[in-house]
Ligand binder design. Structure first.
Ligand code: MV4
Length: 447
């Protein structure tokens, strides 16, 4: 097992990882920018190293500074959290070259999944159902027209170096195709330095359902069920739940089994998320994330398994603590992302939190790095905390969530809490009747 883990992140996830390390008796080092000197994770860690000025590129993304911090403190592993360097293959490779364990998959697995064309080709080869479309990159208009005619309109053009909604163009008919292909490719070249694009059938009203997987580092794979993350705004998840209100136990076991086997065959190590669009009872792979995700607590709530413990165990060569048959699903969990943002316009609202009171009681978890008197710096993302509620079933979970939202107080800044108070009173949400466009449509209606 590791002696000392360096946490290369900030905010609630740094605290989340720190807690897991403490439970496992592992010493902790955090790195931080000058803007985060007063952050909770810095106060709670055994050691801290200031690695640079506020901009991420000079601190949380500065690989050399982080490697230096490992060497100075004698850390034997790095947990990257999510965002920042968590899906940076070069970072994983550099750590390996310094004999420091990256708590995550190999640089090669990160690289494969970071290239969306390569990821899709790999998924298909491993038996994962994918969205119908081009076999690889499409460059030529004639070929694009042939593929689009074959799969049928509407189609979507995606950048291979994109992902998470960046660099996509929809063509409703053949008349839109030439411009869509041209602009998608030009924009991808400018944004990512890679102009490769591919074509897929455009699914009009899907849900976003993702499967939590783990590879144990010894060629075995397991799944921890799915999360429904359809409630999003501009590709930012707002509300995530597990299990998906749209799936039954057979569908869960089927897609979970396919994903677990794929992870085993890939020889993948650590946590991963296989993302699907789900429409008319069918799953279509879109991307794979090779990190721990923001919404992992809903999976922890329904399985009772600490996924960060599992990441650390696997990375240290100790394998998973569970086999597939030990993973049981219990009840329902919902996560609300509390952002320091205006709940209508979603413009960031940094500043000082004058009062912070979190709800409690059975089935309530709050993961947050803020406190009363904390000043939110303007340099980073606006997530200040997550409210995760568990119940024996979705109805109980929703009742408990409504009560927890009533208790939650964040004064001094604007937050997305009022949005959630609206959502828990909405009939479509109560019925689980929503797709990836529901939230944006609902917000547009209020204007
Ligand atoms: C799609 C799609 C419809 N059809 N692909 C957006 C994020 C990126 N991960 C993939 N995305 C989409 N891919 C096909 N073939 C619609 C989206 C999409 C979306 C997906 C998940 C959650 C929210 C979304 C919002 C708009 C578009």
């Amino acid at each position: 097992m590791f002696q000392k883990i360096l946490i290369a992140n900030r905010g609630e996830i740094a605290l989340r990882v720190l807690r897991a390390c403490k439970e496992l008796g592992i010493q902790t080092v955090v790195v931080h920018s000058t803007a985060d000197a007063d952050a909770m994770h810095v106060r709670l860690a055994d050691e801290s190293v200031c690695i640079g000025p506020p901009p991420s590129r000079d601190s949380y993304l500065n690989i050399h500074q982080i490697v230096a911090a490992c060497e100075i403190t004698g850390a034997d592993a790095v947990h990257p959290g999510y965002g920042f360097l968590s899906e940076n293959a070069k970072f994983a490779d550099i750590l390996a070259a310094h004999n420091i364990t990256f708590i995550g998959p190999s640089g090669d697995h990160i690289r494969i999944m970071g290239d969306k064309i390569e990821a899709k080709r790999t998924a298909k080869r491993l038996g994962i159902p994918v969205v119908p479309g081009s076999d690889g990159a499409v460059t030529d208009q004639k070929e694009a027209r042939r593929i689009a005619a074959e799969i049928g309109y509407p189609v979507i053009i995606k950048a291979s170096a994109g992902g998470g909604g960046r660099g996509m163009k929809v063509a409703l008919t053949e008349a839109d195709l030439e411009v869509a292909l041209q602009t998608a490719s030009t924009e991808a070249g400018a944004a990512f330095g890679d102009d490769a694009v591919y074509i897929e059938k455009y699914l009009e009203k899907p849900r976003h359902i993702e499967v939590q997987v783990f590879g144990d580092g010894f060629g075995r794979g397991v799944h921890f069920g799915e999360r429904d993350c359809s409630l999003q705004r501009r590709h930012q998840k707002v509300w995530e739940e597990a299990p998906s209100p749209a799936l039954n136990a057979e569908e869960r076991a089927r897609i979970g089994g396919i994903c677990a086997k794929a992870i085993a065959d890939l020889g993948y190590s650590g946590a991963g998320t296989i993302e699907f669009l789900y429409e008319n009872g069918e799953f279509y792979f879109i991307e794979m994330n090779t990190r721990l995700q923001v919404e992992h607590p809903v999976t922890e709530a329904i399985t009772g398994i600490d996924l960060v413990h599992e990441q650390i165990r696997v990375a240290s060569g100790g394998g998973l603590s569970v086999k597939q048959e030990d993973i049981k699903f219990n009840g329902h969990a919902i996560e609300c992302r509390i952002n320091a943002e205006d709940p209508r316009t979603f413009t960031p609202s940094p500043g000082t939190i004058t009062h912070f009171h979190t709800p409690g009681g059975l089935g309530i978890r709050v993961d947050s790095g803020v406190y009363s008197g904390y000043k939110i710096p303007p340099y980073y993302d606006s997530l200040i905390g997550k409210l995760i509620v568990h119940g024996r079933n979705r109805v109980e979970c929703m009742m408990r969530l409504r009560r927890a939202l009533d208790e939650f107080v964040v004064d001094g800044i604007k937050t997305t809490l009022p949005l959630f108070r609206d959502l828990v009173g909405n009939a479509d949400i109560a019925n689980g009747d929503y797709d990836i466009h529901w939230l944006e449509k609902s917000l547009a209606k209020e204007e």
